[in-house]
Write a protein that binds this ligand. Structure first.
Ligand SMILES: [Fe+2]
Ligand SMILES: [Fe+2]
Length: 309
């Protein structure tokens, strides 16, 4: 008899408690205000009668600006993510402690990035605020109905955000921005470890159900910011710059996590578990071909652009 989601939540609780302890020893306290160059700030055209933002204020390349906005708007939707995980994992016991701790850590990310961008005038603050309103009014609802699917999703998503923050920092050409985003990426990495270890434990308890959940998530994965207005165009700019693209998604997000779970070496799966793993392998092979084609085309585009200069 397969375990129900409620039984699984109960069985995994001691693992959550252990992971919480590990998290508390690894996480370092840090302060967003210490990462922002406040002396660079000046008043805007508001109640203090300063100057409105203009494009020439920003020293950042266009792709980095687009990526920073996507990352920030993604962080901004925290109330919706909180609702999702609180609904699935609950607010009691070790699960509840994690839900609140995670939320408190995530809340720093949006605060820090917004302060940094506003003080350094890196992006248009009016456009940013309007985009935040639209994005948060849309909200975020998970595609996934089960706890195992949600656990699989956040394992990949935390790692994806880590890579997106790191590479955005590098693309910004701004040392302070890179330092801040590296600090945030370190938080995302610990979040990924937490969820990845939990799902590993779920694999021990319920290998077939867990394999199904992983396959469902990998084959339909979308970034949490995909509901941002104009996301497709923004994602193309970000991918063209190599900040986040299908190649990175496959090599640096999907594969390392799947290997950690020993997905390809598991023995003793039943017919449904095997079926799920076959679907997963077929999907990964197809994605590999698409990623290789994408990189080839990007190189051609870059060569054409260089020749035209
Ligand atoms: Fe975050
Ligand atoms: Fe995170």
């Amino acid at each position: 008899m397969a375990m129900t989601q409620t039984q699984l939540l109960h069985e995994l609780e001691p693992v959550v408690a252990g992971e919480l302890d590990r998290h508390h020893t690894m996480a370092k306290e840090w302060f967003p205000h210490k990462y922002v160059p406040w002396s660079e700030g000046r008043d805007f055209d508001g109640v203090y009668g300063g100057e409105a933002w203009q494009d020439s204020d920003s020293k950042m390349p266009e792709a980095a600006r687009v990526s920073l906005i996507v990352n920030l708007l993604t962080e901004d939707n925290l109330p919706s993510y909180h609702r999702e995980i609180a609904t699935t994992f609950g607010r009691d016991g070790a699960w509840g402690t994690w839900v609140h701790r995670w939320t408190a850590e995530e809340d720093r990310h949006g605060t820090a990035i917004r302060d940094y961008l506003t003080v350094t005038r890196a992006v248009d603050p009016v456009a940013l605020e309007r985009a935040r309103m639209t994005h948060m009014e849309t909200g975020f609802a998970s595609e996934y109905g089960t706890m195992l699917q949600q656990l699989a999703y956040v394992s990949f998503q935390e790692l994806a955000t880590r890579i997106a923050h790191r590479n955005t920092g590098r693309a910004s050409g701004d040392e302070g921005c890179e330092r801040l985003l590296a600090r945030i990426a370190a938080d995302e990495n610990l979040h990924m470890l937490f969820y990845r270890n939990l799902l590993k434990a779920a694999f021990e308890l319920e290998p077939n159900q867990t394999m199904r959940a992983v396959t469902d998530v990998v084959t339909t994965f979308q970034m949490p910011g995909s509901s941002i207005e104009g996301f497709t165009r923004k994602a193309m700019i970000i991918a063209h710059e190599g900040i986040y693209d299908l190649r990175l998604h496959l090599d640096d997000v999907l594969m390392p996590v799947l290997r950690q779970w020993s997905v390809f070496d598991k023995t003793g799966l039943d017919a449904e578990g095997e079926q799920a793993r076959e679907e997963l392998s077929a999907f990964l092979a197809k994605t590999e071909a698409t990623a290789a084609r994408f990189v080839e085309r990007r190189e051609e585009r870059r060569a054409r652009a260089a020749a035209a200069r």
